[in-house]
Design a protein around this ligand. Structure first.
Ligand code: SUG
Length: 416
């Protein structure tokens, strides 16, 4: 099979809950304390994967990480007297947002001709900082073929790295050499800038990228302050197209000029703040979309249903579609359980450009396997979790057993 873009979605784990752990993520804060529905959440995520498979796209998945995280609880000396938020951190299902699992540089961009992946350290948020060792372990299994892949540990924790959520790639096609765009933050008012330029530069060096085909772009501090805790909340790119909010970057015109000089025929679709304000963009998650090239040609934008239902966003999308530009279809999907924690369709997936035949097939999805995963979720995932249950030994037992049932079904017990 040929090289193509494979989307690896995170299967939403059985401990999915709303503990309000992410400062600067307005959805997470506003749903803090709500009851979550892990089973419905995981089924929504799987339905999105099946939707994309039906479009003819290559689809993979990553497994939930072990929760509650015994290693994290041991490292903080948890004895029941610890802060409830720290306890909740050990239970977080946040690895579902695989856009934060790693930064990926496909083979055509790297010096050694291999696809490089660097696990993201996610140090800014305690509940996310525990993810990377288990993520790296899983990536080393999925991408074990050393002829085609190189998996790196996270960069040192003195520099915050949030992975592909702050990285875009543009070019003539997926298989051609691309321009890699690393978006970092310097300040975000009351909210943290999670991606540090030092981390972005380290990843670019580790991946052996050609400096002529790399850009380091500063995120607009106003966007971070308005709740764009990752760049993928305000911009998304695919091949020659950049779909972006007018206020995504600190220097939009300079950024566009730099892209145009490196990507022949670059098509920059900028949504003006007069049509969709930053607040509307963040509330609707319009830009947290999957911008995909369909096998028959043309691009589709897979958006959360919240964006489709937002009157001003819908008006802008209708006008865009009527204009017959590069994006020919807009396809809403329901990922409301993830959205309530600030994770839209794009957060739930990690893009890897590679030949699927070089990936461990246990991590690739087809409709039959999706049905088997669905059955495990339906049988084992808790229907509801209220944050006050976090820490309960009975619930911990159910969460652990549910994940093990999935690993057994997928013949992935080495991740136990
Ligand atoms: O890191 N939410 C995630 C959402 C990540 C979205 N990813 C991208 N934009 N790519 C975060 O803020 C909420 C957890 C809680 O509140 O329990 C959370 O971690």
């Amino acid at each position: 099979m040929a090289v193509c873009e494979i989307n690896f979605d995170g299967i939403i784990g059985p401990s999915h809950n709303y503990a309000g752990l992410s400062l600067g993520n307005l959805a997470s804060a506003s749903h803090a304390g709500d009851a979550s529905q892990p089973r419905a959440a995981a089924l929504q995520g799987l339905a999105k994967m099946r939707h994309n498979l039906a479009l003819g796209l290559a689809q993979g998945f990553l497994l939930p990480l072990p929760r509650p995280n015994a290693a994290f609880l041991a490292a903080i000396g948890a004895d029941g007297s610890e802060d409830a938020r720290l306890r909740a951190a050990a239970w977080s299902a946040s690895s579902m947002w695989t856009a934060n699992a790693a930064t990926v540089s496909p083979a055509p961009d790297t010096a050694d001709g291999r696809c490089h992946l660097t696990a993201a350290n996610l140090v800014t948020m305690p509940h996310r900082s525990q993810e990377w060792p288990d993520t790296a372990r899983q990536l080393r299994l999925a991408f074990a073929d050393a002829w085609h892949f190189a998996v790196h540990d996270a960069v040192p924790p003195c520099f915050g790295d949030e992975g592909a959520a702050n990285h875009m790639r543009m070019g003539e096609s997926h298989a051609a050499p691309g321009l890699e765009i690393f978006v970092y933050g310097t300040s975000g008012g009351a909210f943290p800038a999670r991606q540090h330029v030092e981390a972005s530069r380290a990843v670019a060096r580790l991946h052996g990228l050609d400096p002529a085909r790399v850009l380091f772009v500063e995120q607009n501090p106003d966007a971070i302050a308005a709740g764009a805790f990752h760049n993928d909340v305000v911009a998304v790119a695919n091949e020659r197209v950049l779909f972006t909010h007018e206020q995504a970057f600190a220097d939009p015109q300079g950024t566009y000029a730099a892209i145009r000089s490196r990507v022949p025929g670059a098509d920059i679709i900028e949504v003006p703040a007069s049509a969709v304000s930053l607040a509307d963009a963040i509330r609707s998650y319009l830009f947290n979309a999957q911008l995909v090239t369909l096998p028959a040609g043309g691009m589709a934008l897979i958006i959360p249903s919240e964006a489709w239902e937002h009157p001003r966003v819908r008006a802008w999308l209708d006008a865009m579609l009527a204009g017959n530009g590069a994006i020919r279809q807009v396809l809403p999907v329901d990922v409301r359980q993830s959205m309530a924690n600030g994770g839209g369709p794009a957060c739930l997936r990690l893009r890897v450009v590679a030949d699927p035949a070089t990936v461990d097939p246990r991590f690739l999805l087809d409709q039959r396997k999706a049905a088997r995963i669905e059955a495990v979720i339906a049988a084992h995932w808790p229907e509801r979790i209220v944050p006050s249950e976090i820490g309960s030994a009975e619930l911990a037992g159910r969460v652990i057993a549910a994940r093990l049932a999935l690993l057994a079904e997928l013949d992935l017990m080495e991740l136990a």
